[in-house]
Design a protein around this ligand. Structure first.
Ligand code: PLP
Length: 391
């Protein structure tokens, strides 16, 4: 905690994510890799994509990875690869990026939304089991999509046990969790298939769109390879209807450079999160709870409390950017309201949306910037306490 909460505003701006800083940190390597691809003249599904797929699979300690066009496509193609289609139902959460539910809808299935665990904000295994039992007579459940939100692993041992009991496929949404582990084992290798996004702000981010499907099931991954390119078995010969969703050589070359630095950058995120934990102790805000054997990679550092919007404005006046991931749960969004089934109460999900705030978090933040953010939060609390005392 700080000695004095009354600090003059510091003239600095602290952003929530900074993909440009990541480029600048590895500029020489990235420039060289990009130049090499441009000179080589092969821009789609060449040696950079193959090498990245092998290196990313090794990083995750899984059998294989397949590069695709985005994280949303990775989810969509993974769902198709396990046979999800019209008439099927897929379980997931409402507290996630719209992309998770959009992919289920794209595959033709009905998204069934269940409650999150109040401590981890990831799928609540009890609510999952309950939803399956309650609706199994009327819905044809085919898969479950746990989301490793904010870099924090979902309760995979329990989710996998429930899925096995009910004969469901597990597709992990790992868009925010490259390198997160449970008991030392990386997320992405727990389910049948897993989906990663390389959107520029992700822990492993490209300089454009990109994604990958990973896992340990060669037959399913072979299907993803075929689906990403018109359902081809070999060039110009489709064995199934397919799509065009390919990771390109330039993005793969950039990702290969960044992958080499990912462990160190994730470690830096963890260290910054530890600093926030320390500095925010004793404030009115709940900080993230990550209990062993889970290890987070802090894609976001999300605090929770009352008067979130007031704090957000206060931070903004002090040059501190913040975010809300996510402000409206999927079942209340006009685009998806009619397309989803809500299984049981989503009260916790709805409360979260009003109370959560994502603080600046990326590996190129300085300790001073973290201190500036924390100091502003302490100052906000003090002013609020004074106002309440005066009232
Ligand atoms: C949890 C989650 N799932 C899926 C996606 C989709 O990834 P993309 O933006 O690469 O399509 C994202 C990224 O926005 C995400 O955060």
């Amino acid at each position: 905690m700080f000695d004095s909460p009354a600090h003059p505003p510091v003239a600095q701006s602290v952003v929530t994510a900074d993909p440009g800083a990541s480029y600048r940190a590895h500029r020489e390597e990235i420039d060289a890799a990009v130049r090499c691809v441009l000179e080589r003249g092969n821009y789609i599904l060449g040696q950079e994509v193959s090498a990245f797929e092998s290196e990313f699979a090794a990083f995750l300690q899984v059998g294989e990875a397949v590069g695709v066009g985005s994280g949303t496509d990775a989810l969509h193609l993974a769902l198709r690869a396990v046979g999800v289609g019209p008439g099927d139902a897929v379980l997931t959460v409402a507290h996630t990026a719209v992309a998770t539910v959009a992919a289920i809808d794209q595959a033709g299935a009905v998204p069934v939304l269940v409650e999150v665990d109040p401590a981890t904000f990831t799928i609540d295994p009890g609510a999952l089991e309950h939803a399956i039992r309650r609706h199994q007579a009327s819905l044809r459940f085919k898969a479950v999509v746990p989301v490793h939100l904010y870099g924090r692993p979902a309760h995979m041992p329990e989710v996998v046990r429930i899925a096995e009991r009910h004969g469901l496929f597990v597709i992990e949404d790992c868009a925010q969790a490259h390198g997160a582990t449970i008991a030392g084992r990386a997320v992405g290798g727990w389910g049948h298939l897993s989906a990663f996004s390389f959107y520029p702000t992700k822990n492993l981010g490209a300089c454009g769109d990109g994604g990958a499907v990973a896992g340990n099931h060669p037959r399913l991954l072979e299907r993803v390879r075929s689906l990403r390119q018109y359902g081809w078995r070999q060039r110009f010969q489709s064995e199934r209807p397919g799509f065009n969703s390919r990771l390109d050589e330039l993005q793969a070359a950039i990702l290969r450079v960044k992958l080499k630095h990912l462990d160190r950058e994730n470690e830096r995120r963890r260290s910054l999160a530890g600093r926030y934990d320390q500095l925010l102790k004793g404030t009115a805000w709940h900080t993230p709870i990550i209990a062993p054997p889970m290890q987070s990679v802090y894609h976001q550092y999300v605090i929770r409390g009352q008067e979130r919007d007031g704090l957000r404005r206060f931070l903004s006046e002090r040059g501190v950017d913040s975010g809300v991931h996510y402000p409206v749960p999927i079942h209340l969004q006009p685009g998806y309201r009619q397309k989803v089934i809500v299984a049981g109460s989503l009260q916790r999900t709805e409360a979260l949306c009003r109370e959560i705030l994502s603080l600046p978090m990326h590996p190129y933040l300085t300790d001073d910037q973290i201190a500036h953010v924390a100091r502003a939060i302490v100052e906000f609390d003090c002013q609020r306490n004074q106002q309440q005392g005066a009232a």
